[in-house]
Every structure is written in C-alpha cells, then in structure tokens.
Design a binder for this molecule. Structure first.
Ligand SMILES: [Zn+2]
Length: 333
C-alpha cells in the first residue's frame, strides 16, 4: 500500500504552526538550520501543552506581514501536496498577526486570497477556520466571530474555532462569539479534551453544541461521554503524534484512536502542527499502519468520516467524495 499516494482529508492543521525550514528562510534569510530546530520545532515530548505552545509563538512571531503570511500558505500547500491531501481545513488566529501594523481584515484577506490561488494551482480544495484563543476576552472572540462572518461572504472562510490553553481557561467568555457564528449558519469546532479532561468535551458539546471537537482524545476516560460522541455522531479531529508530544497520551502505541473507533466514534486523522511537531500526514498514516495495523479500509473510513464532518460546500464535497471513492473503490463506503 502506497500511503503517500492515498488521497487525504485533513481537518486540523494550524497555518501558524506549519512553517518549514525553507519557509522560515524565505521570511528571514538569516535563519540557520540550528536556530530553526531549536526555536521552531518542539521536543518529541513536552512537559505539557503549555510548554509545547511556547514553540508556536516563534512561528507566530515570524508571521506578522502579508508577505510572510502568503509564504506560510504556499508552504502549507506544498507540504499538503506531498502528502496528497485533497481537501484541507487550515486554521489560525488572525488577531495575533497584528504586531507590525496589519489590520485583522488584511490578515484574513491575504490568507484567504493566497488560499484561493493555491487551490487553483495545486487542485487541493481548502477552507479556512479562524481561531479565537482561550486567553482572549469576550470582545476579542466576538471580533474574530465577525471576521468569520465577513470573510465567509467573500471566500474560503467557513468556521470559528477556539485554541490555546484549555486546562487554564473555560469556554464561558467565548460563548457569545460561537452563538453569533452559529446563528449566521457557519461552522464551529472547539479544541477540547487534550490538555483538559472529559469535562472540557462535555462543556464544548453542551455550551457550544459543536458537532466537531479538536482532539477530544481524553474523552476516552469517560465511557458515558464516549457513548454520547458515538450516538450523536460527533467527529473527533485526532492528531495522534501531537497528542504524544503534548503529553495528552503517554506513547503512540497507547493512543486510544482504535478504542474510540471501536466504540463507534467518528474520527479523522490530522497533523495539527506540521512545523512545531516536525510531522507529515503520510508519516502519521505510516505510524498508524505500523502500530495498529491499519489497512486501506481504515484509511477509507477516516477520510470519508472527515469529509462528512468537514465545512466544505456541497460542490467541493461532491468533487472530493468522488476522489475518495475512486481511490478507495476496493472498500465499500
Ligand atoms: Zn490544534
């Protein structure tokens, strides 16, 4: 099985954590390999999500101009093309890219425009999810929600997410932002159940009524919650290697991806932070094959489930569905 050649749907990838050494070099030609490895790539195991997030700040600091943001988008598409991603949802928090004078609309506009261009050039269909952050206040989250609404009308922006330190900050201050986006008929997803336990997933389901959870891996600690996820067909955006790196699970072979799937939970497989984690999606598929013996049927299932849960418009969904059907034709859907 040629894992690189399998078409892949990736729903959980942070644009502002994806920078390759080559991209950082384009942004700042003085960057050495040693500096990139030390500042942009987290150790294979961090003490906590908070430790891990420190490395993301260096990616963010490099992305404060329109030129740098466009380089990041092109870099992400090049990496996704190598993985044969056919549909991607890229996410980032626009309000943390204003340090050198860009306005939030300019930030989102540049990323959206470059994404459309890259879709035309590579054939990879893509949506953009705008993130608010756990440590933001209600007002900043509402500003991000309004950006989702405004830019959804113009281009590939489709949804609101919340990222950041979920173990320290609750969802409450951000509920008005999610309500606004939901009222507008747009998508929502919530990072939960990674640094924080099952209670954070219950909170996301009850307070935001999200149909998707970013990670959600620690739901496995609560059998009632697992049953609810399965029954309500909630999709978990799983990123196994990243979960090991942040300490959410102790080792790759201890990851509950199959335990969740066997309980009927729908999951997809993503990289989360290609640069910070130094991971490619094909590598992630390889690890799932080597560790859990995944076959073509497993890859077919997770990609079809990811497409079902995606924020793709109907025409894109149909095109990507056709690509998956052609590639996974030996496996009935
Ligand atoms: Zn994430």
């Amino acid at each position: 099985m040629d894992l690189a050649a399998l078409p892949k749907v990736e729903l959980h990838s942070h644009l502002d954590c994806c920078l390759s050494y080559d991209a950082v070099g384009q942004i700042d030609p003085g960057t050495t390999r040693e500096r990139y490895d030390r500042q942009f790539v987290a150790p294979a195991r961090c003490g906590s999500l908070a430790d891990y997030l420190r490395y993301t700040l260096n990616h963010r600091a490099a992305l404060q101009t329109e030129r740098a943001l466009r380089i990041a988008v092109r870099d992400a598409f090049a990496q996704m093309a190598a993985d044969h991603v056919v549909y991607a949802e890229l996410r980032f928090a626009p309000l943390v890219h204003l340090e050198e004078g860009l306005t939030p609309d300019e930030v989102v506009g540049a990323v959206a425009e470059e994404t459309v261009r890259q879709t035309q050039e590579t054939g990879i269909e893509a949506s953009i999810i705008l993130c608010t952050l756990r440590d933001f206040d209600t007002d900043a989250s509402l500003r991000t929600a309004r950006l989702v609404e405004r830019h959804a009308a113009l281009g590939p922006v489709t949804a609101l997410d919340i990222a950041g330190d979920e173990a320290t900050y609750p969802l409450d201050p951000h509920l008005p932002a999610f309500e606004r986006v939901r009222q507008a008929g747009l998508g929502v997803t919530v990072h939960a159940g990674e640094a924080a336990g099952p209670a954070s997933v219950w909170e996301a389901l009850d307070a935001v009524a999200t149909r998707r959870i970013g990670h959600g891996v620690r739901a496995v600690e609560d059998s009632d919650l697992v049953a609810r996820l399965a029954e309500e067909r909630i999709h978990l955006e799983l990123c196994p290697s990243c979960n090991v790196q942040t300490g959410a699970v102790p080792a790759f072979d201890a990851h509950p991806v199959d335990q969740l799937r066997n309980a009927g939970v729908r999951v997809g497989i993503s990289t989360d932070t290609r640069g910070v984690s130094d991971i490619r999606l094909t590598q992630e598929y390889q690890r799932l094959h080597e560790t859990f013996g995944w076959t073509l049927a497993d890859y077919a299932r997770v990609n079809r489930d990811a497409l079902d849960a995606s924020f793709a418009p109907a025409d894109v969904r149909a095109r990507v569905g056709g690509l998956l059907d052609a590639a996974y034709s030996e496996v009935s859907s």
